[in-house]
Ligand binder design. Structure first.
Ligand code: MG
Length: 173
């Protein structure tokens, strides 16, 4: 019988981390979506897709964790297919790559930096939606919102995201 024991140093790491960053500029009169949730506001985030800064940050964190090409390489703004696209599409592709690599999401932690709207009243809904998209419990989705004190960034929203992946046990090659 074939020896299935991996050679030293050849097995996949039990956990992998990923980090994502994104920023988008506010523009008047367009819808605002953050973390897959529509928020009532007089401005939205501009961009080729729906401008969901948090989902973009999460997508890049997931892709980075499995050393896949980043969101801009997979979904270039020059491609008309992604004009106005729902960013959930990008996130699902990243999750697929995580799965194919033999991993699943353990938890994520995100910081959102923006002046308005206040995220506090919407934080629970965003965490629930992101948890649903990632297939994890809401307790595995950390979300902090900060105002950009001293950064002169009132015109933009920024997201920083860290993700931890864990190896799926017993997965066949
Ligand atoms: Mg983006």
């Amino acid at each position: 019988m074939k020896n299935l024991k991996p050679k030293p140093g050849s097995s996949k790491p039990a956990v992998r981390i990923g980090y994502g960053f994104d920023s988008h500029e506010f523009r008047p009169g367009i819808p605002l979506r953050i973390g897959g949730v529509a928020l009532a506001h007089d401005k939205g985030l501009g961009g080729h897709s729906d401008g969901d800064v948090l989902l973009h940050g999460i997508t890049d964190a997931l892709l980075g964790a499995v050393a896949a090409p980043d969101i801009g390489a997979l979904f270039p703004p020059s491609d008309p297919r992604w004009k106005g696209a729902d960013s959930v599409i990008f996130l699902r592709e990243a999750l697929k790559r995580v799965r194919v690599a033999g991993y699943k999401v353990a938890n994520i932690d995100a910081s959102l930096i923006l002046t308005a709207p206040k995220i506090g009243p919407h934080a629970a809904a965003i965490r629930v939606r992101v948890a649903e998209l990632l297939g994890v419990h809401r307790d595995c989705v950390g979300l902090k919102a900060k105002t950009p004190e001293g950064l002169n960034l009132d015109h933009a929203a920024v997201a920083h995201v860290a993700v931890l992946l864990e190896r799926v046990r017993g997965r066949k090659k």
